[in-house]
Design a protein. Structure first.
Lengths: 383, 140
């Protein structure tokens, strides 16, 4: 039995406060704030929630902690933790539970205070005797080696990587919630402080506080609610490794499996996608995902993003929020990746709104290119 | 199957490291090298794994240079060993930025210290003319 296209819809979506929160704020405070805002957005009540999905690097047993905080006892819960793509997996799992009548209103929540408490404290790394002695600066060094390999095999350049950061910044300047407020040039990216070659600090995502929540329900119930439903057209989940030294090919991610699964379920193809929301932990990741999800051939990603092709006014609307590079990256950014795609389908993105956005793709990445989960969202015209 | 009450896979690796050897496992049933060493071969679950010592020759698969504050630049690399397994390591005895993908390297044992037991690192394999050699896994 497989999941059905458009059987469920997102009916509420909201960020928590983003950027830098007040001292003492907990990840659960941010999840709760996102939850209340998403409920208001949906026109649902607290008591309507009967399923809880969450993950956070600072909360070991997410569903327990969040349900205690909120004071709810859901019929169904899932704390799948596969890094930044966890929330796309939660959508797929929520869809299964909703389709089977195990629950009716599913909450997916996330919160992080990594800027306030430091990245090292927010996501301590597990010791690995086969990697830790070499002191890679994780996760940056893992992605840097993927970039170096892509440059070697396909002639991708540091300038092409920088294009990704510059495009993200241009979109961010149109998003009032984005952290970064100043323009950025390719030269500034190249000349910034080198972190892990070939990445400068501008090739790396922001380290901020933040979180949010989305609410899903059945397509039937969604029609009776106040917001325009954003249907889940397709989902796909895949994983390939945990440690970068065990990744079979550093230039090919499991998005090459999750993407086709999501597209097959949705009955659409890459050319049908109006807006692309990709987890940009580092400038190499959108390049890899554009290739692996089928928007361009393997190896062409660097050339694909060149010349402002994914910047405002370019050929492809990619990461219109400004992404993890310039809008907000609280550590496990996947939930915010989806929120922007949902808003684009709703048509509520103001200055950065993609015209007639009916199909949006949200792709999440977790670990060190380890877990890849894809969700395709569609507006009412797609069902 | 490894008797975990007697010795762990990592324990075996460490013993070899102390002797200056890079150990890996061989899964005859799969015709595949296994690294990092474990109880069963990935993909097949074969628990009849044979311990082998690598000749220590390999090719740089990818490389990066980490800039920790107040420290000299540090190389981190992924090395494809000739026996068919990949590991994370460091290429020493060369400017970290000059470590290139496709470069041939040879293992040497870092002695470690109080906190870190001996662990394998690599040096460039020099050609007869004395310049670093490249080859092997450099292409597509």
């Amino acid at each position: 039995m497989s999941l059905k296209r458009a059987s469920v819809a997102v009916v509420g979506a909201a960020e928590s406060d983003l950027g830098q929160v007040a001292p003492g704020t907990s990840p659960l405070d941010l999840m709760a704030q996102g939850t209340l805002r998403a409920l208001e957005d949906a026109g649902l009540r607290f008591s309507d929630i009967d399923a809880v999905f969450c993950a956070a690097s600072q909360v070991r047993m997410g569903p327990l902690a969040l349900c205690e905080y909120l004071g709810i006892k859901p019929k169904y819960f899932d704390g799948t933790q596969i890094g930044g793509s966890s929330f796309m997996a939660h959508v797929a799992h929520a869809q299964a539970a909703l389709e089977h009548g195990l629950c009716e209103v599913a909450l997916i929540a996330y919160g992080s205070t990594q800027r306030s408490v430091s990245r090292a404290a927010a996501s301590p790394r597990e010791y690995n005797p086969y990697e830790s002695p070499y002191r890679p600066f994780m996760p940056s060094s893992a992605y840097a080696m993927a970039a170096a390999r892509h440059m070697h095999q396909y002639g991708t350049t540091r300038e092409q990587l920088a294009e990704v950061a510059v495009a993200a910044r241009q979109w961010a300047l149109m998003n009032p919630k984005a952290w970064e407020k100043e323009p950025l040039t390719i030269e500034q990216v190249l000349n910034a402080r080198m972190v892990s070659y070939p990445f400068t600090v501008r090739d790396c995502c922001l380290v901020l506080d933040g979180g949010g929540a989305i609410i899903l329900t059945t397509a039937a119930r969604a029609k009776s609610l106040k917001r325009k439903p954003v249907y889940v057209l397709g989902t796909g989940e895949a994983l390939s490794h945990a440690n970068i030294s065990s990744m079979p090919d550093l230039t090919v991610t499991a998005a090459a499996e999750s993407g086709p699964r999501a597209f097959r379920m949705a009955g659409v193809k890459p050319a049908d996608v109006d807006m692309i929301s990709l987890y940009d932990a580092f400038t190499i990741t959108p390049i890899l995902f554009l290739e692996d999800l089928g928007f361009c051939p393997k190896g062409e990603g660097g050339r694909f993003v060149s010349g402002g092709a994914i910047a405002p006014g370019g050929k492809y609307a990619v990461n219109t929020s400004g992404g993890g590079l310039s809008y907000c990256h609280p550590g496990m950014y996947g939930l915010l990746v989806m929120i922007e795609a949902i808003r684009q389908v709703r048509g509520e993105c103001g200055e950065r709104q993609v015209k007639d956005c009916e199909v949006a793709l949200a792709h999440g990445n977790g670990g060190v290119l380890s877990s890849q989960c894809t969700v395709l969202f569609g507006g009412p015209s797609t069902v | 199957m490894q008797d975990l009450k007697q010795q762990s896979p990592y324990g075996v690796v460490l013993e070899h490291c102390k002797k200056g050897e890079l150990a890996y496992q061989w899964s005859a049933a799969d015709g595949k090298a296994v690294f990092y060493p474990r109880v069963s071969a990935p993909g097949s679950g074969n628990a009849r794994l044979e311990w082998r010592v690598s000749k220590g020759l390999g090719t740089v698969y990818s490389t990066t240079v980490v800039n920790y504050k107040g420290e000299p630049p540090l190389n981190v690399a992924l090395i494809d060993l000739d026996e068919g397994f990949r590991m994370m390591s460091r290429v020493e005895d060369i400017d970290p930025m000059q470590v290139k993908i496709g470069m041939r390297v040879r293992v040497k044992m870092h002695p470690g210290d109080d906190k870190q037991p001996a662990y394998p690192v690599f040096s460039p394999l020099l050609s007869e003319e004395g310049s670093p050699r490249s080859g092997g896994g450099g292409g597509r």
